[in-house]
Design a protein around this ligand. Structure first.
Ligand code: PLP
Length: 383
């Protein structure tokens, strides 16, 4: 099977990742930070190394500002709900995933907050910034937006949006689901309070891993409280990081795998991975534009403007039908709305959805050729 669904989760993982997960079970596997015995200390050491690697990769003040989460959605909920209070207004974009939209909508329905979605102008950061600025009102407390659209690959100018938030004294949270490990992201350079990311996509860790990386300048409320192994005498949730945001036993095998994935990304180089994915996606894009009956929704991927995530449809076929035919041909892509109805509304594809192709570090040009050939055959059979 040729796998082109890396925006959902990367597959395959580098071999070092399952090896590290297995080693976590075999060699240590005790509960970290809960006891002083050697196995617990060995586990804590492994968790610390992963924290440190992520802190370095994303410009966190130190490893304590990295809290492990279940996934990106978990981190986003913690950041959004931890920073907002009743009466607040939020600015977001019109390309968001439900991981941002549903928490916002839930808080809105409870009557606690209001929000405005600013329009993103593809390839025009100044116009996008102006939309975000226009959406800010007297009650605005937070700007939260994705770095990269998971459907169309559109890149948002997060450093400029962060600078705007800082100028206006607002909190800023970035959804790095599609950019962590694929584009450079730096907490300080984008003036962010929080970067939210999955461990299982561009960082090549196992599913069930993610991270909340915070600047720590503002005290965030917690949405989950419990045992942290620290300050146990107190019934109050500790202030100290990362314990404040890590109640209960963490996913040690997953974190061991995430560490191996992060080392893989670090040694391959984020820029090298991005260029590779861009070249595979660019070639697919170029060929699909030549096939009659294929409709693409964006220009080819381009550094700083469009990440290597393509969406298309074939005339006369639903996106799910196309994906099913590709599956029969041995190619895995995702169809439908990709949990991002807001982005589809913006692009006019809410009714149809799209077929999404998202290459990863292990896809080859040959994979791309197989996909192009299959799309050509499907489109030809429709005429
Ligand atoms: N945000 C975006 C832009 C995404 O693409 C995704 C997942 O596809 C998420 C958030 C949610 O990530 P997770 O599945 O790790 O919670």
């Amino acid at each position: 099977m040729i796998y082109f669904d890396n925006a959902a989760t990367t597959y395959p993982k580098p071999r070092s990742v399952p090896n590290a997960v297995y080693a976590a079970f075999r060699r240590y596997g005790a509960n970290p930070g809960r006891a002083g015995h050697n196995l617990s200390l060995a586990t804590a050491g492994q968790v610390y190394r992963c924290r440190k690697a992520l802190a370095e990769l994303f410009g966190a003040p130190d490893e304590e500002h990295v809290a492990f989460t279940l996934n990106c959605t978990h981190a986003l909920n913690m950041a959004i709900k931890g920073l907002l209070s009743p009466g607040d207004h939020v600015v977001t974009s019109d390309l968001e995933h439900n991981a941002v939209m549903r928490p916002l909508e839930e808080l809105r329905r409870r009557g606690e907050i209001t929000y405005t979605a600013a329009h993103v102008h593809m390839g025009n950061p100044a116009a996008t910034l102006a939309e975000f600025e226009r959406a800010i009102g007297p009650r605005t407390r937070l700007i939260v937006c994705t770095h990269v659209s998971n459907v169309f690959g559109v890149i948002l100018p997060i450093e400029q949006i962060g600078a705007l938030a800082a100028r206006r004294g607002l909190c800023f949270v970035v959804d790095c689901a599609q950019s962590a490990g694929v584009l450079p992201v730096d907490l300080k350079r984008c003036h962010a309070d929080c970067l939210c990311m999955p461990g299982h996509k561009g960082l090549y860790g196992p599913m069930g891993t993610g991270a909340l990386i915070c600047g720590g300048a503002r005290t965030m409320r917690t949405i989950i409280e419990g045992g942290t192994g620290s300050l146990s005498k107190s019934l109050e949730q500790p202030e100290l990081l990362p314990d404040r945001f890590e109640s209960g036993t963490i996913n040690v095998p997953g974190i061991a795998g995430l560490y191996a994935g992060t080392l893989f990304v670090r040694s391959a180089g984020i820029e090298t991975i991005r260029r590779h994915e861009e070249s595979v996606a660019g070639e697919i894009h170029g060929a699909l534009t030549e096939i009659r009956g294929v409709r693409l929704y964006t220009p080819a991927p381009r550094a700083g403007v469009l990440a290597p995530v393509l969406s298309f449809n074939i005339d006369g076929l639903g996106s799910e039908q196309t994906a099913a035919l590709l599956n029969e041909a041995g190619i895995a892509v995702r169809a439908g709305l990709h949990c991002a109805p807001a982005a589809h509304r913006t692009f006019g594809t809410l009714g149809t959805g799209t077929v999404r192709v998202s290459p990863g570090a292990f896809n080859t040009r040959r994979d791309g050729m197989r996909l192009i050939k299959s799309v050509f055959q499907i489109a030809k059979s429709r005429k």
